[in-house]
Design a protein around this ligand. Structure first.
Ligand code: MG
Length: 212
């Protein structure tokens, strides 16, 4: 059968039940509408990240691409009190905004923002992490994956946003470096002997890979 499209009516029913955003996430979203690009993950994807981290009992998580901290808040809330999320952000404007939202969420002591370009920061980081969430420069996804395989423990997860890239992933007419980067990432996670992978149609598509 063909996949069931996630209609607006279905979202209206499911969102308050399972994907509810509290005042902090609502405020952060309003802040993005006012002064940031609205490219944060969708609530269903946030809820899925939270659930996946809970399932593997994640304590130490790495994120590439903080933006205003929307996904980081969903993920940090899945961690135990001694857990920690490191999140890498290139833009100082975004990192400053995220710092404010982490304080308002009461998560300032559980999240560290590492300022810089992901490919410059990654070689300096040491594992093991329980999970990596990739949501930064699309053409760099395959290079992030190489670092992920070094940094994430066996039994951990390597996750990546924009696995569907607005549907462009399957359109042969689309050949820009971003879409090609995501395509290569998906081919790499599909064929890598240490990964067991799929893409879930949550938000803009969450690529999920279990590290063997
Ligand atoms: Mg994204």
């Amino acid at each position: 059968m063909t996949p069931t499209p996630l209609t607006a009516q279905a979202i209206d029913f499911l969102r308050p039940l399972l994907w509810e955003e509290d005042d902090v996430l609502d405020g952060l979203t309003a802040d993005l509408i006012e002064r940031g690009p609205q490219i944060q993950i969708a609530p269903d994807e946030g809820a899925l990240l939270h659930l996946l981290l809970t399932i593997i009992r994640a304590e130490r998580v790495l994120e590439l691409g903080t933006l205003f901290g929307y996904s980081a808040i969903w993920m940090a809330r899945a961690l135990p009190p001694n857990g920690h999320l490191d999140t890498v952000e290139l833009s100082d404007v975004h990192a400053d905004a995220a710092e404010g939202w982490f304080r308002r969420a009461g998560l300032a002591d559980r999240i560290t923002i590492v300022r810089g370009a992901a490919l410059e920061v990654l070689p300096k980081l040491r594992g093991p992490y329980d999970a990596l969430f990739i949501d930064a420069v699309k053409e760099e996804y395959p290079a992030y994956l190489e670092h992920g395989l070094r940094l994430v423990r066996p039994g951990g997860l390597i996750l990546a946003d924009n696995g569907l890239w607005g549907g462009r992933i399957g359109d042969p007419a689309q050949t820009d470096v971003g879409v090609e980067g995501i395509r290569r990432y998906l081919r790499d996670v599909a064929s890598h002997p240490r990964l067991h992978s799929t893409v879930v149609a949550a938000g803009d598509g969450l690529a999920v890979s279990l590290v063997k």
